[in-house]
Design a protein around this ligand. Structure first.
Ligand code: NAD
Length: 471
């Protein structure tokens, strides 16, 4: 039965029940079976490559190179990394006995959690639906995907890929909006992997709590970048322009706003303007520049810019709109008052506010006064200063002298902290998100039975002795 692309709410219950049965069978699936499944998915993705470029151009005006870099590459890397490592990840991990556990043999076994629900956002709609699916398959789970309704062509294409690769009792996709997500969340999934906003993350976690389903929440927020007095300003400006304006700023780990040492503000702004023109042409009129996803998001970002302007911010470049085309020119702001909306909401658009500082303690205090960000970036030639910033702040992940590169490192966990997320994705961390680490202890000749009641004098002395030597 192919339901991808034309789902009905009435189908989700039966598909879920069939996935439960299949999940039991997959519990003992071998690494070879999981690898074969992942290879099948990879082959189908490559077969649909032209359609993928088309869908993402339609949904977000993404240029082909950016589709390759930010949608295809992460998913293919996840697949190949998992194929290379899944046998090792699945292998029981022996643990040494502690002193009181002499005579036992123990191991940690990664077992599939079971039936997983993957809810994806629209900004990297392909990557953020299929990346978690790769981890779910590697871990031996079945999965239902709910892609975002705001990238409908890509959602339909993912549905076609899923339908070509899987029976619905292993992987199914249901298109739809919040109503579909809500209906899915009513089912007792074993794990919910959600990528999206902190506001909806709260709703998802509350819904998962009804079934005590474990969750991975990949959320967002305001990710700051600090450019200190010693930074290579040209490198900082070039990296930040790329990180901020790729995908029109609609990236969860994009630098949201930049704290720049006051002495460096003027040359930094000049460098940003130079790199903006080089990457995206005058006023962002380059085919490499994406568009805002929906008229509602366009209005939201316009409101943020106009609110800052009305409160006296300087617009160095941009602040130019074309509503019919959902186009907002790359915009650089300074002198933004602290109470402007743009300093409180996640921007998620092509606007970079610059905030000057005199002492490095100022941005550290400002960051610690806000919810913990998904990413925090530092540009500095002073290793001790960079280390101090990282040690004194909290963030999901960080780069020194780079932005967003932490996402592409397959051996690093990717995730937030509190408001920016719970749990981690990618590689082994993604596999673990969809696995339960089960403790298995085999008693061969431990001393435990000697401590059973009746608590005679001898037993009591032995317990006290053990207490003394406990490690
Ligand atoms: P969103 O939270 O509005 O939607 C995400 C998904 O949740 C969509 O599939 C949507 O249909 C669904 N949804 C909406 N309302 C729901 C409800 N009431 N109950 C259940 N599900 C519901 O997010 P978005 O606008 O698609 O994406 C932007 C946000 O996602 C930003 O905050 C961004 O930072 C964050 N994000 C985070 C990551 C990450 O990896 N941490 C990646 C991309 C985006």
């Amino acid at each position: 039965m192919v339901i991808a692309g034309a789902p009905g709410l009435e189908l989700i219950g039966p598909v879920f029940e069939r996935q439960r049965l299949r999940a039991l069978a997959l519990r003992t699936s071998s690494a070879a079976v999981r690898i074969a499944t992942l290879r099948r998915l990879e082959a189908e993705i490559f077969r649909q490559r032209a359609a993928l470029y088309e869908a993402l151009h339609e949904d977000l005006r993404k240029p082909e190179a950016e589709v390759d870099l930010s949608e295809l590459m992460p998913v293919i890397q996840e697949i190949r990394h998992a194929c290379r490592n899944v046998a090792g990840w699945m292998a029981p991990r022996r643990v040494r006995p502690t002193r009181v556990m002499w005579g036992t043999r123990a191991s940690v076994r990664a077992q599939p959690r079971g039936v997983a629900l993957i809810i994806a956002p629209w900004n990297y709609p392909f990557n953020l639906a299929l990346g978690p699916l790769v981890s779910a398959i590697a871990a031996g789970c079945t999965a239902i995907i709910k892609p975002s309704e705001f990238a409908p062509r890509t959602a339909a294409l993912i549905g076609a890929i899923v339908a070509a690769c899987f029976e619905t009792d292993e992987v199914a996709l249901f298109e739809g909006d919040a109503a579909m997500a809500t209906a899915l969340l009513d089912l007792p999934f074993d794990h919910v992997f959600f990528t999206g906003s902190p506001a909806v993350g709260r709703i998802v976690m509350a819904a998962a709590a009804r079934h005590l389903a474990s969750v991975t929440l990949e959320l967002g927020g305001k990710s700051p970048v600090i450019v200190d007095r010693t930074a290579d300003l040209d490198k900082a400006a070039r990296s930040i322009v790329w990180g901020k304006f790729a995908n029109n700023g609609q990236t969860c780990i994009a630098p949201d706003h930049a704290y720049v040492h006051r002495d460096s503000v003027t040359p930094f702004i000049a460098a940003v303007l130079r790199h903006l023109a080089a990457m995206y042409g005058e006023g962002g009129r380059s085919p490499d520049y994406c568009r805002i996803v929906t008229p509602q998001h366009f209005e939201r970002i316009r409101r943020l810019i106009e609110d800052a302007r009305a409160r006296g911010a300087t617009v160095h470049v941009g602040g130019v709109y074309d509503a019919a085309d959902k186009f907002i020119a790359p915009t650089l702001l300074s002198g933004v008052p602290a109470d402007a909306l743009i300093m409180h909401e996640e921007i998620f658009g092509p606007v970079l506010p610059i905030v000057p500082f005199d002492d490095i303690g100022e941005p550290i205090r400002a960051i610690n006064a806000q919810p913990k960000p998904l990413a925090l970036y530092v540009f500095s030639r002073d290793a001790a200063a960079a280390e101090r910033i990282i040690a004194q702040t909290a963030a999901g992940g960080s780069c020194v002298n780079a932005v967003m590169a932490q996402y592409l490192h397959a051996n690093l966990p990717f995730g937030g902290i509190n408001n920016s997320g719970i749990g981690s994705a990618h590689g082994h961390y993604g596999f673990r998100a969809f696995s339960h680490e089960r403790a298995v202890l085999n008693d061969r000749f431990s001393a435990a039975p000697m401590l059973f009641p009746p608590y005679s004098r001898g037993v009591r002395r032995m317990i006290k002795l053990i207490l003394r030597f406990l490690t």
